[in-house]
Design a protein around this ligand. Structure first.
Ligand SMILES: C[S@@+](CC[C@H](N)C(=O)[O-])C[C@H]1O[C@@H](n2cnc3c(N)ncnc32)[C@H](O)[C@@H]1O
Length: 321
Protein backbone atom coordinates (compact mmCIF):
# COMPACT_ATOMS: atom_id res chain seq x y z
CA UNK A 1 0.00 0.00 0.00
CA UNK A 2 1.22 3.48 -0.86
CA UNK A 3 0.57 6.63 1.15
CA UNK A 4 -1.81 8.69 -1.06
CA UNK A 5 -0.72 12.00 -2.58
CA UNK A 6 -2.37 15.15 -1.22
CA UNK A 7 -2.31 18.82 -2.18
CA UNK A 8 1.22 19.83 -1.07
CA UNK A 9 -0.05 23.05 0.53
CA UNK A 10 -3.58 22.46 1.82
CA UNK A 11 -3.25 18.66 2.27
CA UNK A 12 -6.63 18.13 0.60
CA UNK A 13 -7.21 14.73 -0.98
CA UNK A 14 -6.50 14.39 -4.69
CA UNK A 15 -8.32 12.56 -7.42
CA UNK A 16 -6.49 10.88 -10.26
CA UNK A 17 -7.71 11.85 -13.71
CA UNK A 18 -6.21 11.04 -17.05
CA UNK A 19 -2.87 12.89 -17.18
CA UNK A 20 -3.09 14.76 -13.88
CA UNK A 21 -3.99 14.83 -10.19
CA UNK A 22 -6.77 17.18 -9.18
CA UNK A 23 -7.65 18.59 -5.76
CA UNK A 24 -11.16 17.47 -4.76
CA UNK A 25 -12.02 20.89 -3.28
CA UNK A 26 -9.99 23.63 -4.99
CA UNK A 27 -9.87 21.82 -8.37
CA UNK A 28 -6.19 22.74 -8.67
CA UNK A 29 -4.34 20.38 -11.02
CA UNK A 30 -0.85 18.86 -11.12
CA UNK A 31 0.36 17.28 -14.36
CA UNK A 32 1.76 13.80 -14.78
CA UNK A 33 4.68 13.97 -17.20
CA UNK A 34 6.48 10.80 -18.31
CA UNK A 35 4.32 8.93 -15.79
CA UNK A 36 5.64 11.07 -12.89
CA UNK A 37 3.32 13.49 -11.04
CA UNK A 38 4.84 16.98 -10.82
CA UNK A 39 3.86 18.90 -7.68
CA UNK A 40 6.12 21.91 -8.16
CA UNK A 41 7.20 24.55 -10.62
CA UNK A 42 9.29 22.66 -13.17
CA UNK A 43 11.71 25.55 -13.45
CA UNK A 44 13.31 25.98 -10.04
CA UNK A 45 16.63 26.35 -8.23
CA UNK A 46 17.34 22.61 -8.58
CA UNK A 47 17.55 22.67 -12.38
CA UNK A 48 21.30 22.04 -12.36
CA UNK A 49 20.59 18.70 -10.66
CA UNK A 50 17.99 17.75 -13.26
CA UNK A 51 20.62 18.44 -15.93
CA UNK A 52 23.37 16.60 -14.04
CA UNK A 53 21.42 13.47 -13.13
CA UNK A 54 20.04 13.01 -16.64
CA UNK A 55 23.58 13.18 -18.09
CA UNK A 56 25.39 11.16 -15.40
CA UNK A 57 22.33 9.05 -14.81
CA UNK A 58 24.05 5.72 -14.21
CA UNK A 59 27.55 6.42 -12.85
CA UNK A 60 26.62 6.05 -9.18
CA UNK A 61 24.01 3.32 -9.55
CA UNK A 62 25.54 0.18 -8.04
CA UNK A 63 24.06 -2.20 -10.61
CA UNK A 64 25.67 -0.17 -13.40
CA UNK A 65 28.99 0.78 -11.76
CA UNK A 66 29.55 -2.76 -10.50
CA UNK A 67 30.37 -1.44 -7.00
CA UNK A 68 28.43 -1.69 -3.74
CA UNK A 69 29.28 1.84 -2.64
CA UNK A 70 25.68 3.14 -2.49
CA UNK A 71 24.48 0.02 -0.68
CA UNK A 72 27.28 0.13 1.89
CA UNK A 73 26.80 3.84 2.43
CA UNK A 74 23.02 3.50 2.85
CA UNK A 75 23.09 0.69 5.41
CA UNK A 76 26.06 2.08 7.36
CA UNK A 77 24.58 5.58 7.56
CA UNK A 78 21.05 4.49 8.47
CA UNK A 79 22.08 1.44 10.54
CA UNK A 80 18.88 -0.17 9.21
CA UNK A 81 18.82 -3.72 7.91
CA UNK A 82 16.73 -4.81 4.91
CA UNK A 83 14.36 -6.57 7.36
CA UNK A 84 13.76 -3.26 9.21
CA UNK A 85 12.31 -1.84 6.00
CA UNK A 86 9.86 -4.57 5.09
CA UNK A 87 6.23 -3.41 5.34
CA UNK A 88 7.25 0.07 6.51
CA UNK A 89 6.09 3.38 5.09
CA UNK A 90 9.32 4.85 3.75
CA UNK A 91 10.05 8.25 2.22
CA UNK A 92 13.21 9.15 0.31
CA UNK A 93 13.78 12.90 0.00
CA UNK A 94 15.91 14.29 -2.84
CA UNK A 95 16.36 10.95 -4.62
CA UNK A 96 18.49 12.26 -7.53
CA UNK A 97 19.07 9.56 -10.15
CA UNK A 98 17.99 6.88 -7.67
CA UNK A 99 21.16 5.29 -6.29
CA UNK A 100 19.55 4.74 -2.87
CA UNK A 101 16.14 4.02 -4.41
CA UNK A 102 17.73 1.00 -6.05
CA UNK A 103 19.41 -0.05 -2.80
CA UNK A 104 16.10 -0.04 -0.90
CA UNK A 105 14.05 -1.72 -3.60
CA UNK A 106 16.56 -4.39 -4.59
CA UNK A 107 17.01 -6.04 -1.19
CA UNK A 108 13.65 -5.52 0.54
CA UNK A 109 9.99 -6.02 -0.29
CA UNK A 110 9.23 -2.44 0.83
CA UNK A 111 7.14 0.09 -1.05
CA UNK A 112 9.14 3.29 -1.41
CA UNK A 113 7.98 6.89 -1.89
CA UNK A 114 10.70 9.01 -3.49
CA UNK A 115 10.73 12.56 -4.71
CA UNK A 116 13.13 15.21 -5.92
CA UNK A 117 12.72 18.89 -6.73
CA UNK A 118 14.37 18.43 -10.14
CA UNK A 119 13.78 16.33 -13.21
CA UNK A 120 16.34 13.89 -11.78
CA UNK A 121 13.18 11.90 -11.05
CA UNK A 122 13.11 10.97 -14.74
CA UNK A 123 16.58 9.39 -14.45
CA UNK A 124 15.39 7.56 -11.34
CA UNK A 125 12.28 6.38 -13.20
CA UNK A 126 14.46 4.88 -15.94
CA UNK A 127 17.08 3.43 -13.60
CA UNK A 128 14.54 1.71 -11.38
CA UNK A 129 11.98 0.67 -13.98
CA UNK A 130 12.06 -2.96 -12.88
CA UNK A 131 10.80 -1.96 -9.41
CA UNK A 132 8.02 0.27 -10.73
CA UNK A 133 5.22 -1.55 -8.91
CA UNK A 134 6.87 -0.75 -5.54
CA UNK A 135 8.08 2.78 -6.31
CA UNK A 136 5.93 5.91 -6.00
CA UNK A 137 7.93 8.73 -7.63
CA UNK A 138 7.07 12.41 -7.81
CA UNK A 139 8.71 15.76 -8.48
CA UNK A 140 8.19 18.02 -5.47
CA UNK A 141 9.99 20.26 -3.01
CA UNK A 142 10.67 19.19 0.54
CA UNK A 143 9.08 22.51 1.57
CA UNK A 144 5.81 21.35 -0.01
CA UNK A 145 5.74 17.58 0.34
CA UNK A 146 2.64 16.03 -1.27
CA UNK A 147 1.81 13.75 1.68
CA UNK A 148 -0.12 14.32 4.91
CA UNK A 149 1.84 15.04 8.10
CA UNK A 150 2.93 12.07 10.26
CA UNK A 151 2.62 9.65 7.33
CA UNK A 152 6.00 7.85 7.39
CA UNK A 153 7.80 5.34 9.64
CA UNK A 154 11.18 6.02 8.08
CA UNK A 155 12.50 9.02 6.18
CA UNK A 156 15.97 9.34 4.70
CA UNK A 157 17.50 12.38 3.07
CA UNK A 158 21.06 11.84 1.90
CA UNK A 159 23.24 14.42 0.18
CA UNK A 160 20.44 16.98 -0.04
CA UNK A 161 20.15 19.38 2.91
CA UNK A 162 23.27 21.41 2.13
CA UNK A 163 21.71 22.20 -1.25
CA UNK A 164 18.52 23.71 0.18
CA UNK A 165 18.10 27.43 0.89
CA UNK A 166 17.17 27.04 4.58
CA UNK A 167 18.66 24.03 6.35
CA UNK A 168 16.55 24.34 9.53
CA UNK A 169 13.28 24.80 7.67
CA UNK A 170 14.18 21.72 5.63
CA UNK A 171 14.65 19.66 8.82
CA UNK A 172 11.33 20.94 10.14
CA UNK A 173 9.56 19.94 6.93
CA UNK A 174 11.02 16.42 7.13
CA UNK A 175 10.10 15.90 10.80
CA UNK A 176 6.50 16.99 10.10
CA UNK A 177 6.06 13.95 7.82
CA UNK A 178 7.38 11.45 10.41
CA UNK A 179 4.93 9.43 12.46
CA UNK A 180 5.45 9.49 16.25
CA UNK A 181 8.34 7.03 16.94
CA UNK A 182 9.27 7.27 13.26
CA UNK A 183 12.93 7.67 12.37
CA UNK A 184 14.73 10.26 10.25
CA UNK A 185 18.27 9.83 8.91
CA UNK A 186 20.07 12.75 7.29
CA UNK A 187 23.59 13.26 6.05
CA UNK A 188 25.08 16.58 5.03
CA UNK A 189 28.24 18.59 4.39
CA UNK A 190 29.68 19.26 7.84
CA UNK A 191 31.30 22.45 9.08
CA UNK A 192 34.42 21.18 10.81
CA UNK A 193 36.41 24.37 11.20
CA UNK A 194 37.24 27.51 9.29
CA UNK A 195 39.26 25.19 6.99
CA UNK A 196 35.92 23.95 5.55
CA UNK A 197 35.54 27.29 3.76
CA UNK A 198 39.20 27.63 2.72
CA UNK A 199 38.63 25.71 -0.45
CA UNK A 200 38.89 26.70 -4.10
CA UNK A 201 35.26 25.62 -4.50
CA UNK A 202 34.03 28.62 -2.52
CA UNK A 203 35.91 31.04 -4.76
CA UNK A 204 34.74 29.44 -8.01
CA UNK A 205 31.20 29.18 -6.64
CA UNK A 206 30.92 32.98 -6.67
CA UNK A 207 30.35 32.53 -10.42
CA UNK A 208 29.73 28.89 -11.34
CA UNK A 209 26.11 28.43 -10.09
CA UNK A 210 25.06 31.27 -12.43
CA UNK A 211 26.89 30.04 -15.54
CA UNK A 212 25.05 28.21 -18.34
CA UNK A 213 25.23 24.56 -17.28
CA UNK A 214 26.53 23.34 -20.62
CA UNK A 215 29.46 25.78 -20.56
CA UNK A 216 30.32 24.94 -16.95
CA UNK A 217 30.32 21.23 -17.71
CA UNK A 218 32.45 21.85 -20.83
CA UNK A 219 35.05 23.76 -18.77
CA UNK A 220 35.15 21.09 -16.08
CA UNK A 221 35.63 18.44 -18.78
CA UNK A 222 38.41 20.47 -20.38
CA UNK A 223 40.41 20.99 -17.19
CA UNK A 224 39.68 17.64 -15.52
CA UNK A 225 42.75 15.75 -16.84
CA UNK A 226 45.13 18.49 -15.62
CA UNK A 227 43.38 18.79 -12.24
CA UNK A 228 43.42 15.00 -11.76
CA UNK A 229 47.13 14.91 -12.56
CA UNK A 230 47.91 17.70 -10.05
CA UNK A 231 45.69 16.19 -7.37
CA UNK A 232 47.32 12.76 -7.69
CA UNK A 233 50.78 14.34 -7.71
CA UNK A 234 50.14 16.25 -4.46
CA UNK A 235 48.84 13.07 -2.81
CA UNK A 236 51.86 11.12 -4.04
CA UNK A 237 54.18 13.78 -2.55
CA UNK A 238 52.35 13.61 0.79
CA UNK A 239 50.94 17.14 0.31
CA UNK A 240 47.25 16.20 0.22
CA UNK A 241 46.36 19.19 2.44
CA UNK A 242 46.97 21.39 -0.61
CA UNK A 243 44.54 19.51 -2.86
CA UNK A 244 41.83 21.90 -1.66
CA UNK A 245 43.32 24.55 -3.92
CA UNK A 246 42.71 22.44 -7.03
CA UNK A 247 39.23 22.94 -8.50
CA UNK A 248 38.22 19.30 -8.59
CA UNK A 249 36.32 17.00 -6.27
CA UNK A 250 38.21 14.99 -3.65
CA UNK A 251 39.46 12.12 -5.80
CA UNK A 252 40.27 10.00 -2.77
CA UNK A 253 36.53 9.44 -2.26
CA UNK A 254 35.98 7.81 -5.66
CA UNK A 255 35.68 3.98 -5.63
CA UNK A 256 39.07 2.40 -6.18
CA UNK A 257 37.98 -0.35 -8.56
CA UNK A 258 36.93 2.01 -11.40
CA UNK A 259 38.99 2.22 -14.58
CA UNK A 260 40.82 5.52 -15.13
CA UNK A 261 38.20 6.64 -17.68
CA UNK A 262 35.37 5.82 -15.24
CA UNK A 263 37.26 7.61 -12.47
CA UNK A 264 37.56 10.70 -14.69
CA UNK A 265 33.81 10.65 -15.46
CA UNK A 266 32.99 10.27 -11.75
CA UNK A 267 35.33 13.18 -10.97
CA UNK A 268 33.70 15.39 -13.63
CA UNK A 269 30.24 14.56 -12.29
CA UNK A 270 31.17 15.22 -8.65
CA UNK A 271 32.91 18.47 -9.56
CA UNK A 272 29.83 19.66 -11.46
CA UNK A 273 27.79 18.58 -8.41
CA UNK A 274 29.95 20.83 -6.22
CA UNK A 275 30.20 23.87 -8.52
CA UNK A 276 26.77 24.12 -10.12
CA UNK A 277 24.14 23.99 -7.31
CA UNK A 278 22.55 27.25 -6.32
CA UNK A 279 23.03 26.52 -2.58
CA UNK A 280 25.94 25.06 -0.62
CA UNK A 281 25.17 25.40 3.09
CA UNK A 282 27.23 23.12 5.34
CA UNK A 283 26.20 22.79 9.00
CA UNK A 284 27.85 21.45 12.13
CA UNK A 285 26.70 18.08 13.49
CA UNK A 286 26.06 19.82 16.82
CA UNK A 287 23.70 22.33 15.23
CA UNK A 288 21.72 19.68 13.35
CA UNK A 289 21.30 17.51 16.47
CA UNK A 290 20.24 20.35 18.72
CA UNK A 291 17.79 21.70 16.15
CA UNK A 292 16.21 18.26 15.74
CA UNK A 293 15.96 18.01 19.55
CA UNK A 294 14.13 21.35 19.60
CA UNK A 295 11.64 19.83 17.13
CA UNK A 296 10.80 17.05 19.62
CA UNK A 297 13.19 14.37 18.40
CA UNK A 298 15.51 12.09 20.36
CA UNK A 299 18.93 11.75 18.75
CA UNK A 300 20.01 8.13 18.41
CA UNK A 301 23.26 8.96 16.60
CA UNK A 302 25.19 12.09 15.68
CA UNK A 303 28.67 11.78 14.23
CA UNK A 304 30.75 10.63 11.30
CA UNK A 305 30.11 7.39 9.46
CA UNK A 306 32.88 5.80 7.40
CA UNK A 307 31.93 3.81 4.36
CA UNK A 308 34.14 2.36 1.61
CA UNK A 309 35.34 5.39 -0.32
CA UNK A 310 34.07 8.09 2.01
CA UNK A 311 32.91 9.55 5.25
CA UNK A 312 29.65 11.39 5.99
CA UNK A 313 28.29 13.56 8.78
CA UNK A 314 25.12 11.74 9.87
CA UNK A 315 22.33 12.42 12.34
CA UNK A 316 19.62 9.86 13.17
CA UNK A 317 16.57 11.12 15.03
CA UNK A 318 13.39 9.55 16.42
CA UNK A 319 10.28 11.69 16.64
CA UNK A 320 8.87 11.75 20.19
CA UNK A 321 6.06 14.30 19.92
C1 LIG B 1 23.66 15.92 -4.47
S1 LIG B 1 22.07 15.44 -5.02
C2 LIG B 1 21.83 13.94 -4.09
C3 LIG B 1 20.88 13.00 -4.76
C4 LIG B 1 20.76 11.63 -4.10
N1 LIG B 1 20.23 11.70 -2.77
C5 LIG B 1 22.13 10.97 -4.10
O1 LIG B 1 22.77 10.96 -3.03
O2 LIG B 1 22.56 10.52 -5.15
C6 LIG B 1 20.98 16.57 -4.18
C7 LIG B 1 19.53 16.41 -4.63
O3 LIG B 1 18.71 17.22 -3.78
C8 LIG B 1 17.64 17.69 -4.56
N2 LIG B 1 17.00 18.85 -3.90
C9 LIG B 1 17.51 20.07 -3.67
N3 LIG B 1 16.58 20.86 -3.08
C10 LIG B 1 15.47 20.10 -2.92
C11 LIG B 1 14.17 20.34 -2.39
N4 LIG B 1 13.81 21.55 -1.91
N5 LIG B 1 13.28 19.34 -2.37
C12 LIG B 1 13.62 18.11 -2.86
N6 LIG B 1 14.82 17.82 -3.41
C13 LIG B 1 15.75 18.81 -3.43
C14 LIG B 1 18.31 18.05 -5.88
O4 LIG B 1 17.42 18.20 -6.94
C15 LIG B 1 19.29 16.90 -6.04
O5 LIG B 1 18.81 15.87 -6.87
Amino acid sequence: MFVPFVDPITHENLQYEDGFYKSEISEKKWPIINEIPRFCDLNNYSNSFGYQWNIFSKNQIDSFSGTDQSEKRFYLETSWSPEDLNNKKILEVGCGAGRFTEVVLSKTNANLHSFDFSNAVYANYQNNSKFRSRLRLSQASLYEIPYKDKSFDKIFCLGVLQHTPNFDQSLKALVSKLSISGELVVDFYPVKSILTFIHSKYIFRLITPYMPKKILLGLIRLFAPLCIYLFDLLCFLGLSLFTRFIPITDLRLIPKKLSSEERKEWAIMDTFDAFSPRFDNPKSIKHVSSYLKSLGCEISFAGYVNFPGGKSAVVRAIRKR
